[in-house]
Design a protein around this ligand. Structure first.
Ligand SMILES: [Zn+2]
Length: 590
């Protein structure tokens, strides 16, 4: 319980801080009548139910029903206790807390000393880099990465010399080495933690250094080391570059989120001043919440490798969870944005604009990833891509899923049932989908078996070659999957030469695995070998092939649109229309 004397402190601090301003550092507030409204930082929500009353200096959430004053707010948001909240707010309001318990005072002082020490270190390293011979290796490294002095100074990049440079500096200034050790700047023996490294301060959104990340200038060492976590620095809660980018983010309406510090430094050097980085970790919930205070939209530009693309997908989902829009740009011919921008040289700003202009939405990016490496004119691949798309869509907030399924359908050119939710349940139960059962219950028979339509047709034709008479008028061999095409053509030629008994006579001349397939069909014929079923199968194959071609054209079309190739767009649109009409015709008849 607070003592009477500390009650005075609470009152004094409360009188000096404005709840609205404190909340605004964490939540974007909109004024409505006399109150301010925003998205509650203490529970997940889509529409604002968090209200701040400036007259009463109180807040209330209609969603989670939490409420309180400025102290309870800081307690919850900073994950501290009432005393901790008092200290933080007192610091901010410039109120001297004389009546703190000794250990609380110690904690508050220690944090303040640590922040001051980090600031001092940043100044020292920057001085060494630019104004001493010892900084030469650092200057060389920056030059090799095309970082100009002006840019480096904005980020307060520095160089930690070999040996005990910082410790000696502190001794000369009669400062405590223990504080520097606690801040992760010195090892126990007094040597520099970052010796012989280019050091980059990681600053909070107000520009206060909280930690350093440091890149070696030597070949034989770990490339990057970072400050340890301290009371001043929690890794997943800082966004690198936000202090420099926040105004430009507000001006342009979106932030550019990258992975590495050097990506951001090079980006700012090239004039992309709304660039920030998640800095040394995968993007966290806290970081997204921090960004959300400044913008609703992120352009993600991650590394071009597989890990980078996966990180981008995760970031898309995380941002969607906080109702933020994303787009994903892919740097081509470079491993990361840093390399891309450096390679572009003087042309960087222009090439960047082009890259950003053709960045698909985060959702579309995930769709392209799901279909990557798959041939969507192949029925099996379509099914696989559809499964991946279902998984992708299922990870978004429920409110978005319906619309995303619609978009996926159009993008892929597949029918809705492939993307419907919970198809696995349906498949596992073996229960056919009544609308799609087809006139011979074909779907029901295909369900639950690992048999493709093409395989089914081949088995049927092996057992009942006369069905070729009708099938060959329905499809051409190139509409079949590649793996079915060879055997189909061989069987068709056999039938044309030798009629219904031809296959038995010529089978010995077939490749082994084809013989195998045919013999197995003879031994265990498929469930229904009617000619009607054969026709239905053939039509399905043709339809799948057309859908595959259609989605291929649609994808080509969005590429052509992005490239502003109007001639190609017109031609593809005409093709797509014609195909769509043919598909619709077939679907009606089927
Ligand atoms: Zn709430």
């Amino acid at each position: 319980m607070p003592t009477p004397s500390s009650d005075d402190a609470f009152a004094e601090v409360k009188a000096k801080v404005d709840l609205v301003k404190v909340v605004q550092e964490h939540v974007r507030l909109t004024k409505r009548n006399k109150d301010f409204w925003g998205l509650c930082p203490f529970h997940q929500e889509d529409s604002p139910s968090f209200k701040v009353n400036p007259q009463m200096q109180s807040w209330y959430c209609f969603g989670c029903e939490r409420s309180g004053d400025v102290f309870t707010f800081v307690e919850l948001i900073e994950k501290t206790d009432k005393r901790g909240a008092l200290q933080l707010l007192a610091e901010r309001a410039g109120v001297e807390l004389k009546k703190l318990s000794p250990e609380q005072k110690e904690r508050s002082d220690s944090r303040r000393r640590m922040l001051a020490m980090l600031k001092l270190a940043a100044q020292f390293y920057e001085y060494v880099l630019w104004s001493t011979p010892a900084g030469e290796p650092g200057r060389r490294l920056l030059a090799s990465r095309l970082v100009k002095e002006e840019t480096a100074r904005k980020f307060q990049i520095g160089y930690a010399p070999a040996g005990r440079g910082f410790a000696e500096y502190l001794r000369a200034k009669k400062r405590s080495l223990a504080d520097a050790q606690e801040a992760g700047l010195l090892r126990r023996d007094g040597t520099d933690f970052f010796a012989e490294r280019v050091v980059i301060p990681i600053r909070d959104e107000r520009g206060q250094p909280l930690a350093f990340t440091a890149r070696t200038v030597r070949q034989d060492e770990r490339k990057y080391i970072n400050s340890p976590e301290t009371p001043a620095y929690v890794k997943g809660r800082v966004i690198f570059g936000l202090d420099l980018a926040r105004d430009e983010i507000a001006r342009r309406g979106h932030g550019v989120l990258m992975e590495g510090q050097f990506d951001v430094i090079t980006a700012h050097g090239a004039g992309i001043q709304n660039a920030v980085a998640s800095s040394g970790t995968a993007l966290t919930d806290d970081q997204v919440r921090l960004l959300k205070r400044f913008t609703d939209e992120l352009l993600l530009v991650f590394d071009a490798d597989r890990a980078g693309r996966q990180a981008a997908q995760k970031a898309v989902l995380l941002a969607a969870g906080h109702q933020m829009r994303t787009r994903v740009a892919t740097v081509e011919g470079a491993k990361d944005p840093d390399e891309f921008l450096r390679a572009a040289g003087e042309d960087a700003a222009k090439q960047w604009e082009e890259l950003a202009a053709k960045a698909p939405s985060g959702f579309e990016f995930g769709m392209e990833e799901a279909a990557a490496g798959l041939n969507l004119s192949n029925a099996n691949h379509v099914e696989l891509a559809a499964r991946k798309l279902r998984e992708w869509i299922a990870q978004f907030p429920a409110a978005l899923q319906e619309e995303y399924r619609e978009r996926a359908k159009r993008w892929m050119g597949v029918s809705g049932h492939l993307l419907a939710a919970e198809p696995d349940e349906r498949r596992n139960s073996g229960r056919p989908n009544p609308q799609k059962a087809g006139k011979n219950g074909l779907e029901a028979r295909l369900a639950g078996k690992k048999m493709t339509v093409g395989r089914y047709l081949l088995q049927l034709l092996a057992v009942r070659p006369v069905a070729f008479d009708r099938v060959r008028t329905k499809i051409t061999p190139d509409e079949l999957d590649e793996e079915d095409r060879g055997i189909y053509v061989r069987m068709l030629e056999t039938y044309e030469r030798g009629g219904v008994f031809g296959l038995e006579k010529e089978l010995a001349g077939y490749p082994a695995e084809e013989q195998d397939l045919i013999r197995r069909a003879w031994a265990a014929p498929p469930p229904n070998v009617d000619e009607e079923v054969a026709v239905e199968l053939a039509e399905r194959i043709r339809l799948d092939h057309m859908r595959g071609r259609h989605s291929g054209i649609i994808r080509e079309l969005s590429e052509a649109e992005r490239g502003k190739d109007s001639e190609r767009v017109a031609r593809l649109e005409a093709e797509a229309r014609e195909l769509a009409r043919a598909i619709a015709d077939m679907e009606r008849r089927g």
